[in-house]
Design a protein around this ligand. Sequence first.
Ligand SMILES: [Fe+2]
Length: 290
Amino acid sequence: MTSLTKPEVTGFFDEATNTVTFLVKDPASNACAIVDSVLDFDYSSGRTDTKSADAVIAYVKDKGLSVEWILETHVHADHLSAAPYIQQRIGGKIGIGDRITVVQNTFGKIFNEGTEFQRDGSQFDKLFQEGDRFAIGSLEGRVLHTPGHTPACLTYVVGDAAFVGDTLFMPDFGTARCDFPGGSAETLFASIQKILTLPDETRIFVGHDYKAPGRETYSWETTVAEQKACNVHVGGRSQEEFVAMREARDKTLAMPKLIIPSLQVNMRAGQMPPADKDGKTFLKVPVNGL
Ligand SMILES: [Fe+2]
């Protein structure tokens, strides 16, 4: 196990939410991990679909892989996690950052969840802290706490690959918004500096892509060197300049289409809220609450 190990990384792109799910495979065994899975959700009809998750499951089965981890970089606000659906079918432990408790407290209040909603992260199998190590077969993973977009955001570093979630996007697109409850542009700036101390050749895999103006294709892999040289939000900016840019830009952004269902599901590790006495499942809409 050295830092130069090169995991095999496959991206699955969900065009409906611009999310990339990554499958990270140990080249020396059949062990793999899945990062940031997607449960399809059509808000207008309230219907879920498993097409995105089934594509990942089919790949795992086809290649005879063994899923050791189902990792979340953070509580996503733009898509629902398929972690429990995937776990039920092909196994793996569901992991997220231990600051999930902060996120659960914030949104537990916003959605007026009762005391039955545990805010201790116990819905997840593993709560990671800064510096934690984990194994994917013979690969060693390392955890960086990289808050700013949300308080619980993590970057998973596996060999020469870093899964940065929504901290950095492709260099021509920039960085993630910091205006959700608990977000902070100052904190994101510091987290980005931390990611950029990884070796220049580190492959960076971003959690979303939206095609920057002038780019025709979706793309999700870059390097630390490219981010340092070309990121349109980061390059050459002081912390003050970055924060001013980020906060001004955030004021112009609409809420993600799926933020209301996503938060309620993802803060429960991808589980729907408990069914009512008739066995029916509902999601809430907080009126003027977000
Ligand atoms: Fe996000």
